[in-house]
Write a protein of this length. Structure first.
Lengths: 151, 151
DNA sequence: CTCGAAGTTTGAGTGCACTCGAAGTCAAGC
DNA sequence: GCTTGACTTCGAGTGCACTCAAACTTCGAG
């Protein structure tokens, strides 16, 4: 059973909009999409797999242009395996670098958040002191040492 | 010494272009930039710090709109500390989620790369076999088991 | 004094990845 | 037969974050 999918069904299965599916076909990311008697698109399971693969590449930050290059190579057959492999390796390196970059930025944000927490603790303490009319003038809470987070 | 910076100098110190610096001022991301007698921008060290901070936020994926909101809150003073803190916490959560997302995608790409390596090893082996005229018909290299990488 | 480099403002242009609109076609239900 | 709604193509529009162009001013070197 060669289950065929309408554009709506493929949209539902991928999460892409029909608009985007037509757009991907227009630019050549998907090719040779079958049509029924009335000229409507009939997608195959292979189309669905390919789309899902493309979506993952997209999620890694690969540009449409790069994906087009990959799609072109794939169409040329197994002689381009090494090149496609290199593309995936490059993309993997790219993603790993991005992870490292974001980890450093997470450290920066965590420090910033800690700074705010300290500031807020102090200002709450000050407010408290006012309410209590300097009742707890002895024993001020120590200013919590700054934890230089590097996650 | 209140070292002032020209737009070129600030551009050099931040890596942003003069165009972008003017743009940031136009939209209100930086405000009250001093001018010299001839109407040229004179940036302060505080401006530089603020720009560097903005750039980091930008690198975390924060939109210009969000940064404008943060800038507005900061201008309103310490009464908005809690809100700014919440923004930083939200952004930190965002970055951590992004890291997790990318780690999953790195796993996917690593699998893909492994798949290609296996395929290439086999095709090279086949090529080799041809060259050697089936000399090594006994003892075919085992098809290396697929390592389902989850990094 | 003149020249050229670098600055100013404002509005318009760019590139990416969609996203939509208009005008037309087609099949099914009433 | 007529309507409805989903489909088709194609070109145009959108949002984001810059990026540039044009016309003008200003400063410093020669």
């Amino acid at each position: 059973m060669d289950t065929q999918l309408s554009i709506q069904q493929l949209a539902a299965s991928t999460g892409l909009s029909p608009h985007t599916l037509r757009y991907y076909e227009r630019i050549g990311l998907i090719q040779n999409v079958a049509r029924d008697a009335g000229g409507r698109r009939r997608y195959t399971a292979a189309d669905l797999d390919w789309l899902r693969f493309l979506m993952r590449l997209r999620q890694t930050g690969m540009s449409i242009t790069e994906m087009l290059r990959y799609a072109g190579l794939r169409r040329e057959g197994s002689s381009t395996q090494a090149e496609r492999c290199a593309m995936m390796e490059a993309q993997l390196a790219h993603v790993r670098q991005e992870i490292a970059r974001l980890q450093a930025l997470a450290g920066f944000l965590a420090d910033k958040v800690d700074g705010y927490h300290d500031a807020l603790r102090i200002s709450m303490n000050a407010a408290n002191t006012e309410i209590k009319h300097a009742e707890s003038r002895r024993n001020p809470l120590p200013e919590r040492p700054r934890k230089t987070r590097r996650s």
